[in-house]
Design a protein around this ligand. Structure first.
Ligand code: APR
Length: 183
């Protein structure tokens, strides 16, 4: 397999694109507890990767709890791995949704570093079909990305949030600008 890749400069970035078109060592997917595929980014990733993704999920995993993540190969995607992270469904914010979202990102980035990934692309987990308000989700996503990059001995160098719409990109960019860069 290919060497870990980064596009310079490293750090945390936000771009607008279809995540299935952006090369990285690992692509994070916004999955569900059954790892059953679905609409949104999950559907797009499975369609672009091809059937090997679902076959591997079925063979290796019996679902994944909310806040967790599992890893597979990436099929036809220009990546080595897909990391299927399960974010929470938004109810009212009083049911542990922020903590579960944080945990989904943390577990996803931990798997990426366990597998020696340097570059990771990531959608905005939970802010589509699961209804998590993006203004509340973006700081959690970015904090976890900065903290993963700052961890000692991590393989991670570049985390790119790939947003599907201009308004979503604007929220991530604003949030990034309000934060100190990763040390
Ligand atoms: N590239 C990047 N982002 C995308 C793409 C894509 N190709 N398609 C959708 N998105 C964006 C959405 O606009 C949203 O901002 O991904 C974000 C997450 O939305 P969802 O995919 O709806 O994920 P989520 O809210 O976590 O809901 C998960 O949806 O697809 C099902 O199986 C999945 O049941 C699970 C649920």
């Amino acid at each position: 397999m290919s060497e870990p890749r980064t596009a310079s400069p490293g750090g945390v970035h936000a771009i607008r694109a279809d995540i299935t078109t952006v090369a990285a060592d690992a692509v994070v997917n916004a999955a569900n507890q059954h790892l059953a595929g679905g609409g949104g980014v999950d559907g797009a990733i499975h369609r672009a990767a091809g059937p090997s993704l679902m076959a591997e999920l079925r063979e290796r995993y019996d679902g994944c709890p909310t806040g967790g993540a599992v890893i597979t190969g990436a099929g036809r995607l220009d990546a080595r791995h897909v990391i299927h992270a399960v974010g929470p469904r938004w109810r009212d914010g009083e049911h542990g949704e922020p903590e579960k979202l944080r945990s989904a990102y943390r577990n996803a980035f931990a798997l990426a570093t366990e597998h020696g990934c340097a570059s990771v692309t990531c959608p905005s987990i939970s802010t589509g079909i699961y209804g998590f308000p993006i203004e509340a989700a973006a700081p959690i996503a970015i904090e976890e990305a900065l903290s993963a990059l700052a961890a000692p001995n991590t393989s991670l160098e570049l985390i790119t949030f790939v947003l599907f719409s201009e308004p979503d990109l604007a929220v991530f960019r604003r949030t990034l600008e309000a934060r100190p860069p990763a040390s």
